[in-house]
Design a protein around this ligand. Structure first.
Ligand SMILES: Nc1ncnc2c1ncn2[C@@H]1O[C@H](COP(=O)(O)OP(=O)(O)O)[C@@H](O)[C@H]1O
Ligand SMILES: [Mg+2]
Length: 358
């Protein structure tokens, strides 16, 4: 069903697809926190355009599956089977918990007898006349599972070997998780994909929603105010869209009234105070620094002196600083942006720190 409140980003999608098609790169990672529209972008913008461009398309979300490693291989197997039967391009959306495995004449060398080896699957997919595009949503979840090292490594090998027939778009909502897969020099996908920060929606999005509201209700809406509200919602499309939906269904509601409820909801889904209490003093000193100064370098001797003074101790060593940063990264409180700068993952937590900690 067509969603009238969905704002398409076809230009961005075609930029990605053209780069894949032309061989400028064979893989992208798109990073953004959750609820920023990555999944919808893949499904509503990238997928149809990729089909038009002659790709077989495979989508899999590592977030929604209870047994991602097995489900993924099973889904990929089905995809491989699908594209073998027929010459039209095939799309495969996986939303499985259990897929029945149909037997085909494949060699079975793997220790999981029911599914061929990942590398064989990828070779099979690459053997099709059409190129394939794999949309792998929230990929960092795969790396978080125990005992997936072997799987991830053979996956990478299979993709490397078949680069000109199999293209990939990964998404992730944890920069640390993505880094563990793509950026660390020991990471299995080190330098494999071109990393992009998934762009924030801008005023064209809120103008689009304002026009729909005006068409449907005959009421006016202040576009500048709507965009200002969107900024307060940290450019999160989910809440913005919910507000417009509320206002269309209840045209007498003012923007302020409709917004109040959703802002409350957004706040309630986060508990900054308890997070703050879980942090150690040095971590608090560092994260405060990151909140207020995006270019800070916590390891500098000047900063370490500052932290020591705040904590009332003589000195803070670089190794304690490193320990604190590592722990905050493990908890996904902080991470690094594409440019390598330390950032606070939750924009709400960042605002909370700036507003509540002197
Ligand atoms: N382009 C868009 N136009 C309108 N609403 C959107 C758009 N992108 C996302 N949304 C809204 O935000 C919600 C979350 O988007 P989703 O793609 O699931 O985010 P993510 O995958 O980044 O967590 C969607 O369910 C939808 O309501
Ligand atoms: Mg998603």
């Amino acid at each position: 069903m067509k969603d009238p409140l969905f704002f398409h980003r076809r230009e961005y999608a075609s930029k990605l697809i053209n780069s894949l098609k032309d061989g400028i790169t064979h893989a992208f990672t798109l990073f953004a926190p959750r609820r920023m529209g990555k999944t919808q972008f893949l499904l509503q913008d990238v997928l149809p355009l990729a089909e038009q461009n002659g790709f077989n398309v495979f989508y899999f979300s590592f977030m929604d599956s209870t047994n991602p490693a097995t489900d993924f291989q099973t889904a990929l197997y089905q995809f491989a089977q699908n594209i073998q039967t027929g010459n039209k391009t095939k799309t495969f959306l996986s939303s499985i918990s259990k897929i029945e495995i149909m037997s085909v004449g494949l060699e079975r060398e793997s220790d999981k007898p029911e599914i061929p080896r990942l590398s064989d699957l990828l070779n099979l997919i690459a053997a099709d006349n059409q190129p394939s595009l794999l949309l792998l949503d929230e990929i960092q979840e795969l790396a978080r599972l125990p005992d997936t090292d072997g799987l991830i490594r053979s996956f990478r090998t299979g993709l490397d070997v078949n680069q000109n027939k199999i293209k990939t778009i990964f998404t992730g909502s944890s920069t640390n998780g993505l880094r563990a897969m793509f950026n660390d020099n020991k990471a299995p996908f080190f330098h494999f994909a071109h990393a992009l920060d998934f762009p924030l929606l801008g005023k064209d999005f809120t103008d689009f929603l304002a026009d729909i509201y005006q068409n449907r209700t005959g009421n006016n809406i202040d576009k500048t105010a709507l965009y200002a509200l969107f900024e307060r919602l940290y450019h999160t499309p989910m809440y913005m869209r919910a507000i417009i939906q509320d206002m269309i269904l209840n045209p007498s509601a003012s923007l302020a009234a409709a917004a109040a409820g959703r802002i409350e909801e957004l706040r309630a889904s986060h508990n900054e105070m308890s997070l703050w209490q879980q942090m150690k003093p040095l971590e608090r000193a560092i994260i405060r620094d990151i909140a207020t100064n995006p270019y800070t370098s916590p390891y500098s001797s000047e900063n370490r002196r500052k932290y020591a003074a705040m904590l009332g101790v003589a000195t803070i060593s670089t190794s304690s600083t490193q320990g604190a940063i590592r722990r905050m990264e493990r908890h996904d409180w902080i991470s690094r942006d594409a440019g390598g700068r330390l950032i606070i993952n939750s924009p709400l937590f960042k605002t909370w720190i700036m507003e509540n900690i002197e």
